[in-house]
Design a protein around this ligand. Structure first.
Ligand code: GAL
Length: 423
């Protein structure tokens, strides 16, 4: 680590002397659902306990597209926030533009190099998710599994449906649920939600290696060949199980349909678990979590990172900023935050005693998938590609899903062309 030791020690001395100093902390995020707000509340409370002022900077919109637009405006006008929920390749882009600040002193003091789960460490190093030019600029916060199918067991029972393990079984169950008068698939009306569903179907049809070839290597043939056509075909079949009122629906409203016995299934990352938890629903009893049919043993991940900006403001704000970075990776924060968020901690020393069946299953699946080369980055949550490529994919996928006459073969060709021009 390239820090001068005397500089770091002086800085840390100042930090310990002034940690009760009031600095302002403004973290841009899109954690606005009930479960997400509970999780952010943990951070706010800790920062306030440490003597800082928490200035709320939440921009609604799962997936974060609106938040990223606001972030660009704030940064370009010379007034970036303390930090932002900023992920994937975008971190390198912001680093190249000179916007990010170093967290090396905190990282050294808190031994960030040796506390992460080895599988998380491998991911953040491979994808350059926390460092720019060899310096820490972001803190890994929490790890989500995206390829989950959430189930309302009550409706399944009433409909006489069986929990599906393949896509074919999914459609059999969905038909039964529809016949029993329930919405089979709770789904919202935002493009990123379509992409999340598409990504799950793609993993199921293509397998982990095929997924990597298409969405990480961006192999243009894999993006347009017969297998991709099949992905679009299966994806389109899902549409008939979504109710006609899905337009404009947010992901958490879709989860509420399961909570209130209106819909039987949702395909969504485990931030959905935060919603069940906020309504005191119990995993394994009130709701079930199973891998998206056909993706058993695979794990598509979404690693949330908070990235830190160079501040022009006063010293207290800078001290508060470093205190924020330190807090994010402490074991107790990691635990409390992830319990609300539905995710799993990124540190290796967080006791898992309070986690429910779904989180424990997620941790186990994560480790097994890592061993078996079945761990894939989620493109719909910005972990696999640049934002430009991601937007191009989401555009094609979402238009296809919305157009009843769209042809799977033409869509696969369009996908390949759109990715090529965005690369
Ligand atoms: C993801 C984010 C998750 C979750 C989700 C829905 O992009 O990484 O933490 O909040 O959006 O808002």
């Amino acid at each position: 680590m390239k820090i001068k030791h005397w500089g770091a020690s002086l800085f840390l001395l100042l930090l310990s002397q002034q940690s009760m100093a009031e600095g302002t902390i403004e973290v841009l995020h899109w954690w606005t659902s009930k479960g997400e707000s509970n999780a952010v509340g943990v951070l706010k409370k800790r920062m306030e306990t440490n003597g800082h002022y928490w200035k709320n900077f939440a921009i609604a919109g799962g997936g974060g597209q609106s938040a990223m637009t606001v972030l660009k405006m704030r940064a370009i006008s010379g007034n970036p926030p303390t930090a932002a929920q900023l992920k994937g390749q975008d971190i390198q882009e912001w680093g190249r533009l000179g916007f990010l600040t170093s967290l090396d002193a905190i990282a050294e003091q808190e031994q960030w190099d040796s506390v992460l789960l080895p599988e998380v460490e491998a991911i953040v190093n491979d994808l350059q998710l926390v460092k720019y030019d060899g310096h820490y600029v972001a803190a890994p916060v929490t790890l989500h599994r995206v390829n989950w199918l959430w189930i309302n067991p009550h409706i399944f029972k009433l409909a006489g449906a069986k929990v599906p393990t393949t896509l074919a079984e999914f459609f059999v169950a969905a038909d039964k649920i529809k016949a029993a008068g329930f919405v089979p698939l709770a789904h919202g009306g935002e493009a990123w939600q379509d992409a999340t569903l598409f990504e799950a179907v793609a993993l199921s049809v293509l397998g982990a290696q095929g997924y990597m070839k298409a969405f990480v290597e961006l192999d243009l043939t894999a993006l347009s060949d017969a297998k991709m056509v099949e992905v679009f075909r299966q994806f389109k079949r899902m549409k008939q199980y979504v109710d006609p009122d899905s337009t404009g629906r947010r992901w958490n409203q879709a989860t509420e349909m399961l909570i209130h016995d209106q819909a039987a299934m949702q395909i969504m990352g485990d931030w959905a678990k935060g919603e069940f938890a906020s309504e005191n629903k119990v995993a394994g009893k009130d709701y079930l979590c199973v891998p998206v049919p056909g993706t058993q043993g695979m794990f598509s991940y979404n690693l949330d990172t908070i990235t830190f900006f160079k501040l022009k403001g006063n010293e207290q704000d800078k001290i508060a900023q470093q205190d924020l970075a330190r807090t994010l990776l402490t074991p107790s924060f990691q635990r409390d935050f992830s319990l609300y968020k539905g995710s799993i901690p990124v540190r290796q020393d967080v006791p898992l005693t309070d986690y429910d069946a779904c989180s424990l299953a997620s941790m186990q699946a994560f480790k097994i998938a890592a061993k078996n080369s079945a761990l894939v980055p989620s493109f719909s949550h910005n972990l696999a590609t640049s934002s430009d490529v991601q937007s191009a994919i989401i555009d094609v996928v979402s238009h296809f899903f919305d157009d009843p006459t769209a042809d799977p073969k033409a869509a696969a060709m369009r996908l390949s062309r759109a990715v090529k021009s965005a690369m």
